[in-house]
Ligand binder design. Sequence first.
Ligand SMILES: Nc1ncnc2c1ncn2[C@@H]1O[C@H](COP(=O)(O)OP(=O)(O)OP(=O)(O)O)[C@@H](O)[C@H]1O
Ligand SMILES: [Mg+2]
Length: 327
Amino acid sequence: MEDNVFSSDTDEQEYSHEVRLRPENFQEYIGQRAVVKNISVMVESAKIRHAAMDHVLLSGPPGLGKTSLAILLAKELGSELHVISGPAIEKKGDLASIVSDLEPRDVLFIDEIHRMHISVEEILYSAMEDFRLDIMIGQGTSARTMQIDLPPFTLIGATTRSGLLSNPLRTRFMANLHFDFYEHEDLEVIIANNAKKLVIEVKPEALGKMAECSRGTPRIANRILRRVRDFMLVTGKELIDDIEVKKALEMMEIDRYGLDSMDRKILSVILDYYDGGPVGIDALCATLSEDRNTVEDVYEPFLLKEGFIVRTPRGRMITEKAKDIIK
Ligand SMILES: Nc1ncnc2c1ncn2[C@@H]1O[C@H](COP(=O)(O)OP(=O)(O)OP(=O)(O)O)[C@@H](O)[C@H]1O
Ligand SMILES: [Mg+2]
């Protein structure tokens, strides 16, 4: 098995700045009320039954708190959390050995589960449904299936694109919880809490401005807060106000709608190059020289949600609202 199958290390490195700001308990986990409510009931039920919690699929755009929630719920269950990345598992045997090493009631978190190879994924069908591994041994006429019992465990799948999950896999999750972009008020609370953790003081209007430009995403809110803190330190100020926020946002090329340079590039390409659309996703990505998955997972959801683009059967179109702001 490759070391990189376990994504937790690389995640921690890539987002090491985030680690300290991860919510440490459910009180610090702000917003996503519907998801949290569902999870709380499932956690309580598992505790009462003294059994493994049901399998859950967490879906939604990046940076909205899927991994953070998985960490919290394992903690709440008092279970060991094992984090792996779907696309990093290359062979059936790798996944088989991971699930057979689990202890009863452990939580297995598979990130980017929609990108797991289909042949690897098949291991999960009986593992999830019957806590059993079906393994084929030998070939041709001597081939036979061996069954290995597994301890009851909880699978948490995280995906930015639940639509790409195969049907057999999707139907084996007892709950499919979808994460939405955060409301401004929730982001303000998150930023205020994290400012406290970073020991910095923020004026209310600066808080509002940061929340407004965070694309409804706590990860981006944290990123802005850190940058603003840098400005504060450099200018020797003790209190963050609008000016630091404005400077940081300018430096990050984030406009007052929360759009970054790539968002604006997408909009101007549709407007200028394709006359406002409709344009097919492949043509659009080719013009942008950008990977289709990135455009669909990272950029589009926010542009759609804010009504800057619409999807039609013939492709993406820019809206009047977007035309007004990128002129
Ligand atoms: N509900 C929340 N309350 C407070 N902070 C949050 C919340 N959700 C996310 N965050 C913050 O945002 C950061 C990113 O969240 P997280 O890594 O859980 O997102 P994700 O959905 O797993 O993203 P990806 O799809 O990219 O893996 C966390 O480290 C945390 O600081
Ligand atoms: Mg994650």
